[in-house]
Design a binder for this molecule. Structure first.
Ligand SMILES: Cc1cc2nc3c(=O)[nH]c(=O)nc-3n(C[C@H](O)[C@H](O)[C@H](O)COP(=O)(O)OP(=O)(O)OC[C@H]3O[C@@H](n4cnc5c(N)ncnc54)[C@H](O)[C@@H]3O)c2cc1C
Length: 309
């Protein structure tokens, strides 16, 4: 149900951050797809966030957290409720720094981009986050998805997270996070919580060496993926021991198109929005891929992309 005018009035009075009404989600997702959210709220800080979460409970308003929107397929009808975006107060880097001889522990805001943090690490000589330099997401989204590349993932560097809901702020340490492939199990059952800060451990290393690794990984990524095109990255998770892209390629699906959604000819596990693709086009293409791959290889592909509706 759409937000009522009285809910909108309460929201306006309670939130210090910026509210956009009927905000097109196509402007907030890397797919460039999605109808309007009733309200898209960019929050200032943790206090602002908790105030809004309390309001959502008392007013029975739906909400969903959006990071960079890089792993999201938003519905053509948009979202009935509030889409929350973390603003400036969640974009700090290097807070509460603790150094020892070989490594450094730092806390970073969940709204910081993975690329920005990776390049900061390169500049000050901290190694371990080079893998994330080309992943277009936020630190918070990276934790939820256990984002990874080149054999490494957030699980290798995260030592704890700060989690906020309408009544408390909790710290969850690494032994309770339960990272596995593209999942952080501790967060699966906590749909009403927001990751606000993430503590990570990096090794000290030569800055030039780190920057060189970042440059090499970026080049590899540009060669192998449809870089710069509107996509959500990998659409399906890799099944155990095999790449989803390979299964899709072997099923002969590269270039398959529904509406303006097309299986990338460069990397079969990417679906490109070639212009005016709708969520329905992408969803129909995903269904087609799943059916064909099931027929040709017996493998049922599981979506990695998250649906916002
Ligand atoms: C070109 C391209 C390349 C990509 N390459 C890779 C890759 O190499 N490896 C990889 O793992 N992924 C890759 N991705 C996918 C995507 O970048 C990652 O999944 C990323 O971690 C998503 O982060 P985000 O901030 O964009 O989260 P979003 O896509 O906005 O959200 C993803 C999920 O996390 C939740 N969420 C986000 N932030 C928070 C928070 N602070 N608290 C609670 N919940 C939150 C959202 O509600 C949603 O359920 C790629 C995507 C693109 C477009």
């Amino acid at each position: 149900m759409a937000l009522s005018s009285s809910q909108k009035a309460v929201l306006t009075g309670a939130v210090r951050g910026k509210i956009r009404w009927d905000a097109p989600l196509s402007e907030w997702t890397t797919y460039r797809i999605g109808g309007p959210a009733d309200a898209l709220v960019t929050l200032l800080d943790v206090e602002d966030l908790q105030e809004l979460l309390r309001l959502c409970v008392s007013q029975q308003m739906r909400w969903k957290l959006l990071g960079w929107g890089s792993n999201i397929l938003a519905a053509d009808e948009g979202y009935r409720g509030i889409v929350i975006v973390l603003g400036d107060g969640f974009k700090y880097i290097g807070r509460d720094r603790q150094d020892d001889e070989e490594s450094t522990l730092v806390k970073n805001g969940a709204g910081v981009s993975l690329a920005k943090l990776s390049s900061w690490c390169g500049d000050i000589g901290l190694s371990g986050f080079e893998f994330a330099s080309g992943i277009p997401g936020t630190v918070g989204g990276g934790v939820v998805m256990n984002a990874g590349a080149w054999g490494r993932s957030m699980a290798d560097v995260v030592t704890g997270i700060e989690l906020v809901d309408h009544e408390k702020i909790e710290i969850i340490n690494e032994e309770h996070l339960g990272f596995s492939y593209r999942t952080c199990r501790a967060l699966v059952g906590r749909k009403h919580s927001v990751v606000t800060g993430v503590t990570m451990c990096f090794k000290k290393a030569d800055p030039e060496q780190i920057r060189e690794t970042i440059r090499t990984l970026k080049e590899k990524r540009q060669q192998r993926q449809p870089y710069g095109k509107p996509t959500c990255g990998s659409v399906f998770k890799n099944p155990e021991g095999i790449s989803a892209g390979r299964l899709i390629d072997e099923a002969g699906l590269k270039g398959l198109r529904i509406g303006d959604a097309e299986v990338s000819t460069k990397h079969a596990n990417f679906i490109e929005n070639c212009g005016k693709a709708t969520a329905r086009d992408v969803q129909a293409l995903m269904d087609e891929i799943r059916n064909k791959v099931l027929q040709t290889s017996g493998v049922d592909l599981i979506p990695e992309v998250q649906f916002l509706s």
